[in-house]
Design a protein around this ligand. Sequence first.
Ligand code: GDP
Ligand code: MG
Length: 450
Amino acid sequence: LGGSISRALQQMSNATIIDEKVLNECLNEITRALLQADVQFKLVRDMTTNIKKIVNLEDLAAGHNKRRIIQQAVFNELCKILDPGKPSFTLKKGKPSVVMFVGLQGSGKTTTCTKYAYHHQKKGWKPALVCADTFRAGAFDQLKQNATKAKIPFYGRHVLSESIRLNLYTESDPVKIAVDGVETFKKENCDLIIVDTSGRHKQEAALFEEMRQVSEATKPDLVIFVMDSSIGQAAFDQAQAFRQSVAVGAVIVTKMDGHAKGGGALSAVAATKSPVIFIGTGEHMDEFEVFDVKPFVSRLLGMGDLSGLVNKIQDVVPMDQQPELLQKLSEGQFTLRIMYEQFQNMLKMGPLGQVFSMLPGFSSEMMPQGREKESQAKFKRYMTMMDSMTDEGNTNPKIMTESRIMRIARGSGRLVHEVMEMLEEYKRLAKIFSKMKGLRIPKKGDMSSL
Ligand code: GDP
Ligand code: MG
């Protein structure tokens, strides 16, 4: 997608005369690319109409940044679609909240429930999982297995496949289990009670009726619609169908690690008028990212890819610092030293801060918008811990024993779990940067991709 959009923009900027015809051709090309990425037809059409209104042909003819002007307009419009104008309901730690997950079977609900619980557990919440899927025989076992691995309490019942076959299964069962589970965990002072539901029924109408009943009985504070990123154009209708039976308040898009570009996410937001809050990027518990609109759109447009990052580095990093940084990154090296330097840069909010905040998964958690002060405090905290590692003469984060973690905590006057959080942050960033390994570093002036 990124490729064809940048090609379209390239062709246009090569044109000597920018008239309506050239702009239309360019927009047609962009339309095609967005449709291929599963963005809903109506959204694309509205967007191109808007862009034509925004982009002034005279500006294009006069300026030499035609590509940038249009790309920026496309970027802004896509961001606008993904922003429903209201944040998802915020749950309060320490106060019991019920979160209900809905979505079709196979969308990744059960997996995502655990990821969501685990994510919050790491942040000090006390989550619990309730399996209200009585349709699939193995549903409870799957949830139990996931929950056990993450050390999260769970509730549910085995449903014998025999009773399903004999049609002994009654409509009220999932509702009763859900209510019992929620009550149980409220008594145990859990503050995040997550209800996993079924995604399939003999009849679709029965599934939606069951969702309505579970929701009515458990009174969730938040209903999360889980969507497989590869469902394509079906996203809008699917999301709307769920929204008609339960009050969907947020969306999680799964399987973003696959080939799907995730354009369906835009449709889901449009259909539910609720924001995407997380994306799933793999089968494992920690392959879960806080959703951030801008990096997502960059990725959708092929702007946030790693070669884009190289261009960006070459654009903003002082010349004398470029070769070393690029060399290290292309060797797949992301050392603690580099992390330290990047934190320093971010504290200064220097150009590199911008560069690194472009990366998917980087800006959202590390530098939430509007909470810059907190983020700065965090970087400083991380840096004192890294200093303490340097002091003891070993900066290799891969060699970590319990006693070493304790020494670092003591040396920096921080808590053990803070050291572990810092190391995890390092691991996460190192994983992102490991993808840069073997990257061809283009020479300046040889950048056709932006
Ligand atoms: P449910 O039927 O909605 O509960 O879906 P499951 O949680 O059982 O997931 C269905 C399949 O999708 C399982 O094989 C999961 O491991 C897989 N899955 C879920 N989320 C992701 C993801 O983000 N990435 C990948 N690659 N696989 C996922
Ligand atoms: Mg399931």
